[in-house]
Design a protein around this ligand. Structure first.
Ligand code: E4P
Length: 218
C-alpha cells in the first residue's frame, strides 16, 4: 500500500520524504489555507514546490464546481507538473469533468466520496483515484472502513483500474486496517504517519539494550 501525506506543510513533507516512507501528497483548499497560502499565483507555486520535493502523485484540488470551470482549472493544474493529479469533487458535473480530463490523459482524484455508488461512478468515468473519507464517516456513526472494503470488492469484481485512496484517516489503526482491506493508498496527516513508528516496547527495549551495553563497557 502506498502512503501519502495529507498536508500542504513543506517541513512535514520534507521530513517524511527524508524518512523514505512517502509515495505522494494530497492537499485540499482547507489544508492550503491552514498554511496561510493565499492568492492563485502563490497556490500554484506551492503545488510546484511540493512536486519538486516528492516524485509521486500530488493531488491539487479544483475550486470550481461547474463543468467548464473544473475543466479549465484542471488543465491549468495539470500543466504545472507531470505529477499533478487533479482533485475533482464528487458532483454530477465533477463526474462529467473526470470523464473529459481522463480522456485528455490527465490524472484525476474524485474527492468527497462517502458511498460505494459514488465510487462506482467515479471508476466508470475513468478516475485515476477515488477518495473515500473514512474518518468523516466514523464521525457520523457510520463505519468508514466498511466502505473501503465495499469499494475494494466492487473494483475487484469488475477489474476497475481506479485506485482506492483512503482519506480522512485519524489514527494508526485506520492505516493498518486499510492495508488489510487492500486499499491501494492511504493518505494521512503528519501526526498519524509519525504515530505509525511508535511502540512503548520498542522504547523500553532500546533503553535496556543501551544500559546493558554501558554495563558491559565496565
Ligand atoms: C484527502 O484527500 C482529504 O484532503 C483529507 O483526507 C480530508 O481529511 P479530514 O477529514 O481530516 O479533513
Amino acid at each position: 500500500m502506498k502512503l501519502f501525506i495529507d498536508t500542504a506543510n513543506i517541513a512535514h513533507i520534507k521530513e517524511c520524504q527524508s524518512l523514505g516512507i512517502l509515495d505522494g501528497v494530497t492537499t485540499n483548499p482547507s489544508l492550503m489555507a491552514k498554511e496561510g497560502i493565499k492568492g492563485s499565483k502563490n497556490i500554484l507555486n506551492h503545488y510546484v514546490e511540493i512536486c519538486r520535493l516528492v516524485d509521486g502523485d500530488i493531488s491539487a484540488e479544483v475550486i470550481a464546481t461547474d463543468y467548464e470551470g473544473m475543466i479549465r482549472e484542471g488543465g491549468e493544474l495539470a500543466s504545472l507538473h507531470r505529477n499533478i493529479v487533479v482533485k475533482v469533487p464528487m458532483l454530477k458535473e465533477g463526474i462529467r469533468a473526470i470523464k473529459t480530463l481522463s480522456g485528455k490523459g490527465i490524472k484525476t482524484n474524485c474527492t468527497l466520496v462517502f458511498s460505494a455508488s459514488q465510487a462506482l461512478l467515479a471508476a466508470k468515468a475513468g478516475a485515476t483515484y477515488v477518495s473515500p473519507f473514512l474518518g468523516r464517516l466514523d464521525d457520523v456513526s457510520t463505519d468508514g472502513l466498511e466502505l473501503i472494503a465495499q469499494i475494494r470488492k466492487i473494483f475487484n469484481n469488475y477489474k476497475f483500474a481506479t485506485k482506492i485512496l483512503s482519506a480522512s484517516l485519524r489514527h494508526p489503526m485506520h492505516v493498518v486496517k486499510c492495508a488489510e482491506i487492500g486499499s491501494d493508498v492511504a493518505t494521512a496527516p503528519y501526526a498519524v504517519l509519525m504515530a505509525l513508528f511508535n511502540h512503548p516496547l520498542t522504547d523500553t527495549g532500546i533503553e535496556r539494550f543501551l544500559s546493558d551495553f554501558k554495563k558491559s563497557q565496565g
